[in-house]
Design a protein around this ligand. Structure first.
Ligand SMILES: NC(=O)c1ccc[n+]([C@@H]2O[C@H](COP(=O)([O-])OP(=O)(O)OC[C@H]3O[C@@H](n4cnc5c(N)ncnc54)[C@H](OP(=O)(O)O)[C@@H]3O)[C@@H](O)[C@H]2O)c1
Length: 320
């Protein structure tokens, strides 16, 4: 069979042979990429996060993905510093975690990232003083209440998006990193978004997507800067996760619950600088990259205009 193919190839013109080799090479590349995808998603062992240090700091742990991560980190035996804006919700989450994983120690810090961030950073600095913080999950983030054109974004929302999504992550990292540097180990996870990386544009969510593009590049640069110092920086790129922020609230195969997402996310901490931990999301990623950009742009605009219309209707009903 093999000889037959080679014999046939010999009778073909040179260009045909070259095309054949190129085709084979592409197939091999695809096959290796597929094997790697199977390995990293299902077979690779997660890192032992306790090796980074015994404490983890999580921002925005009172709901959604952050809450999922708080439970998962306590499950593997880490002590937690929970940084959120609502003292009652912080207490509820701490109580729930302690009831489930009694061994963990938990500290809470009340910080409103849309408020006085400098004051908040002083509180975080004091809370982590003397702790060997090995893991930082920069999760806090806000989006638009619903999709809208850029000129419709009011100043308050504009300011908060940049403060919470950009300033929050940047400053918390700036405070936690020096301790990690001293101990020469640490893992930093910044939660980005498919809005900035997977789809070519996120119309009607321009500022949100742009803040997440910042998170992506910030993470990549830090990954390169600190790799040699034993600090693993990563940008995790979720697509839709069923939370109060997302426009899709019900979980399904392509939309994980917060617990489902955090469980998947834990397996990736400390590895690649950018990843999408929930494996069905990576199928959508490949799909988005395979289609013409203009087609994905048009689909996304249509989808977001639908969200905008429903949001405006709700607003009108509230006013009536
Ligand atoms: N859900 C998705 O589909 C999705 C997709 C891609 C990326 N992401 C990213 O994932 C991260 C978490 O999102 P999520 O969907 O889990 O959102 P979420 O359910 O709305 O939870 C956000 C968390 O951040 C806290 N938070 C919000 N504003 C804050 C502020 N000003 N100061 C302090 N804490 C504040 C919230 O506190 P309260 O409990 O007090 O509200 C909550 O704990 C975000 O960075 C988001 O951009 C989400």
């Amino acid at each position: 069979m093999q000889c037959c193919i080679i014999a046939r190839l010999k009778t073909q013109p040179l260009w045909f042979g070259l095309l054949f080799v190129l085709g084979l090479f592409s197939l091999l590349k695809f096959f290796i990429a597929f094997l790697r995808w199977v390995y990293v998603n299902f077979l690779r062992a997660p890192k032992n996060l306790k090796k980074y240090g015994s404490w983890a700091v999580i921002t925005g742990p009172t709901d959604g993905i952050g809450k999922g991560y708080a439970f998962q980190l306590a499950r593997v035996g880490l002590n937690l510093v929970l940084v959120g804006r609502n003292p009652d919700k912080l207490k509820d989450v701490s109580d729930l975690i302690l009831a489930k994983y009694g061994k963990s120690q938990i500290k809470t810090v009340v910080v409103d990232f849309a408020g006085d961030v400098s004051e908040g950073m002083v509180k975080i600095r004091e809370a982590i003083e003397g702790l060997d913080v090995g893991v930082l999950i920069n999760n806090v983030g806000i989006s638009y209440p619903y999709a809208r054109y850029f000129h419709e974004v009011d100043e308050e929302l504009l300011k908060n998006l940049i403060k919470v999504n950009v300033e929050g992550t940047t400053k918390v990292t700036h405070i936690v990193l020096p301790g990690m540097l001293q101990r020469k180990k640490g893992a930093i996870v910044n939660i980005g978004s498919g809005a900035a990386i997977v789809i070519p544009s996120d119309p009607l969510y321009a500022v949100y997507a742009a803040t997440k593009a910042y998170i992506d590049q910030f993470s990549r640069c830090l990954y390169v800067e600190y790799k040699k110092s034993g600090i693993d920086v990563q940008c995790q790129v979720p697509l839709y996760v069923a939370t109060k922020m997302a426009s899709i609230k019900r979980s399904s195969f392509f939309v994980p619950s917060t617990d489902g997402y955090a469980r998947a996310g834990m397996r990736w901490i400390g590895y690649e600088p950018r990843c999408t931990p929930y494996w069905p999301h990576s199928i959508l990623w490949v799909l988005a990259y395979s289609l013409p950009e203009s087609l994905v742009d048009a689909w996304r605009l249509w989808f977001c205009l639908g969200i905008r219309k429903r949001g405006q209707l709700k607003d009108t009903k509230k006013k009536e």
